[in-house]
Ligand binder design. Structure first.
Ligand code: BGP
Length: 477
């Protein structure tokens, strides 16, 4: 049975800050990713106040894609990709974020990259903001908590839409915009929104404000993008982690429902232009003083996304507390429980291929939009054999199981799916750990957590496997 569209987009996904390096090349400014240290065994990444001497900042070099992109694109072509998902580093185009004029050297870099891709029949798929806003906007404006940042983002989006309107058709606004629903730690709020929460401040209210401005900025970008080129397809990008009830206890079932709402209202706003009723009520009951104007609501209505892009790595399971308050408010760190029916990765991520089918159905039922799986993959420590090869059968089996479920969602459930771009198909810096050793790649990059290595690229077993999958349009796994 032929299951996937003939023009299915088979690609690989990366983000500028995780592979480009060249953090000061061509006049690039400092981004939030540039001020985050590498984690070490058991020690989390730290956010530093600007770039400090003596710290290890893994994103500064990445895998040096900035200088090596031409030979990398040759490898991507050999793999058989017909699309390549990356982001445009905002700080290459507007180094501080608030300049009046863009930086020509930065624009030229992406012209050259896109030309190299297109020459090989590979379409760029571009995320406008992937955890890399200019650090200057954090220092001077407080990141996305400030309404002024909307205009800076719109300037950036307009500049790149105009410049690449004949080279790029598929866009996404904010990577995993909903990650900040987990606002209690500093990481998600900082990487997504450049927001630092002051002691005594209500992090939840700050998150809702920042996220609202991002949704408005996203809607404005969609509107402007469609004016610049009506053929543009501009999507949301949602981190999808389905949340299952731990038991048939109605309280657990309602908790799971509430948890899904708390994580995925972002998709609703971007896809329908409306805030869900529960959220407006919740914000009102909580007494949050949010700047959400009638004009903003009109903007949200006139800039709905064309498709839902999403990442999928795992599912999670939640249960209700003993004395659950009436709100059944979801608190990720307390409400999650281990789902014993599925295995976990070395990093504790639950491996659940069927959750991908569940997620595809859920999105389709809610929004009736086309879907694009723009991240999926297996982070693992790879070991070289005596000949320097990597036999990553564990990665192949993860990807195979997920693609099988993806095909069922299309062929059996009728989901409209545009494409599939596995994450980090070339090894790169992990966003969560800042380390190289958590690898997702089909292409190995010789570099360790301390920055040692030749940066040489080589093919893992998964490279040849995925090459065949693409060549058969997913028929032969
Ligand atoms: C997503 C991000 C990516 C990527 C991936 C894997 O959340 O969009 O940037 O890094 O997860 O996460 P990690 O690198 O932490 O394993």
């Amino acid at each position: 049975m032929s299951q996937l569209r003939k023009d299915f987009l088979w690609g690989g996904a990366v983000a500028a800050h995780q592979l480009e390096g060249g953090w000061q090349a061509g006049g690039k400014g400092v981004s939030v990713a540039d001020v985050m240290t590498a984690g070490a065994n058991g020690v989390e990444r730290r956010i530093t106040d600007g770039v400090k001497p003596g710290e290890n900042y893994p994103n500064h070099e990445g895998i040096d894609f900035y200088h090596q992109y031409k030979s990398d694109v040759d490898l991507f072509a050999e793999l058989g990709l017909n699309c390549f998902r990356t982001s445009i580093a905002w700080t290459r185009i507007y180094p501080n974020g608030d300049e009046a004029e863009p930086n020509e050297a930065g624009l030229k870099f992406y012209d050259d990259l896109f030309d190299a891709l297109l020459a090989k029949g590979i379409q760029p798929v571009i995320t406008l903001s992937h955890f890399e806003m200019p650090y200057h906007l954090v220092k001077e404006y407080g990141g996305w908590r400030n309404r002024k940042v909307i205009q800076f983002f719109v300037n950036f989006a307009t500049t790149v839409f105009e410049r690449y309107k004949d080279k790029v058709k598929y866009w996404m606004t904010f990577n995993e915009i909903n990650n900040q629903a987990e606002y209690s730690g500093s990481f998600a709020l900082f990487t997504n929104s450049g927001v630092k929460v002051a002691p005594g401040e209500n992090a939840e209210a700050v998150m809702y404000q920042a996220a609202h401005y991002e949704c408005v900025a996203s809607a404005l970008a969609v509107q402007i993008g469609h004016q610049i080129n009506p053929d543009f397809q501009i999507g949301a990008m949602i981190a999808m982690v389905p949340l299952y009830p731990a038991s048939p206890d109605p309280r657990d079932v309602f908790k799971a429902e509430r948890a899904m709402q708390a994580r995925y209202w972002f998709a609703e706003v971007q896809a329908t232009g409306y805030y869900p009723a529960w959220l407006t009520k919740y914000q009102e009951n909580a007494g949050f003083d949010l700047d959400i104007t009638l004009e903003d609501r009109d903007v949200l209505q006139s800039g709905k996304v064309d498709y839902i892009g999403f990442s999928y790595y795992m599912s999670n399971t939640v249960h209700a507390k003993k004395n659950e308050p009436d709100s059944f408010k979801y608190e990720e760190s307390v409400d999650q429980v281990r789902n014993e029916t599925v295995p976990i990765s070395e990093w504790g991520w639950q491996i659940d291929p069927m959750g991908l089918r569940y997620a595809m159905n859920w999105f389709t039922d809610c929004f009736r939009l086309r879907l694009f799986i723009v991240e999926n993959g297996f982070g693992a420590v790879d070991k070289l054999d005596a000949n320097g090869h990597i036999h990553d059968d564990y990665r192949i089996s993860y990807l195979r199981d997920h693609i099988e479920q993806m095909k069922l969602a299309v062929a059996v459930d009728g989901v409209d799916l545009m494409g599939y771009t596995p994450w980090g198909f070339i090894d790169l810096v992990s966003a969560g750990t800042g380390q190289m050793s958590k690898r997702y790649g089909m292409i190995y990059v010789d570099k360790d957590d301390d920055g040692n290595g030749t940066l040489a690229r080589s093919k893992k077993d998964s490279f040849y496997w995925f090459q065949h999958v693409i060549a058969t349009n997913g028929e032969d796994l």
